[in-house]
Write a protein that binds this ligand. Structure first.
Ligand code: 5GP
Ligand code: ZN
Length: 134
């Protein structure tokens, strides 16, 4: 599946057009992931269509991370998770499937997987558990 490179075929540009956000700023919006991996999984998405977060200006990047922080606080208050995975897949080779930049805010709950150690390191399952090789 190729990344959608233009806003005409972009599910996030469509979603932004619908309004109704968890939170928003001048630069970005936050809405629920349609296929959440955990309860409360949210996406923070620049309003402007760009494939990579690093194609927008430094000031806009800072605004996006400010909104990430705000969404994290909202989810903390609403759902009281025990932790978060926060991050992005930057490029198709890194796993990005929607070609409109976005940051995942994924609440985590004790016991949601048998052993959460390693977190994002599990993009490489055979290397994630480094503590077994120390
Ligand atoms: P990526 O793989 O690009 O890092 O993440 C894309 C995310 O977008 C996935 O978590 C997926 O569940 C979510 N997603 C895909 N299509 C839609 C959609 O139409 N609406 C919303 N809200 N989320 C979507
Ligand atoms: Zn878009």
């Amino acid at each position: 599946m190729a990344l959608n490179e233009n806003r005409d075929e972009c599910p996030f540009c469509d979603r932004i057009g619908d309004g109704d956000f968890i939170a928003e700023s001048d630069v970005a919006v936050a809405f629920a992931d349609k296929f959440p991996v955990s309860r409360g999984h949210a996406l923070v998405v620049p309003r402007h269509h760009a494939a990579s977060l690093f194609e927008i200006s430094q000031a806009e990047i800072e605004d996006v991370w400010g909104l990430v922080s705000h969404v994290r606080s909202i989810l903390q208050g609403d759902l009281a998770p025990d932790g978060f995975n926060i991050g992005l897949n930057d490029g198709e080779a890194a796993g990005q499937t929607v070609g409109h930049a976005h940051v995942h805010v994924i609440p985590r709950y004790k016991g949601d997987v048998p052993d959460p150690r390693g977190g994002v390191r599990w993009v490489f399952p055979d290397k994630a558990a480094y503590w077994l090789n120390k």
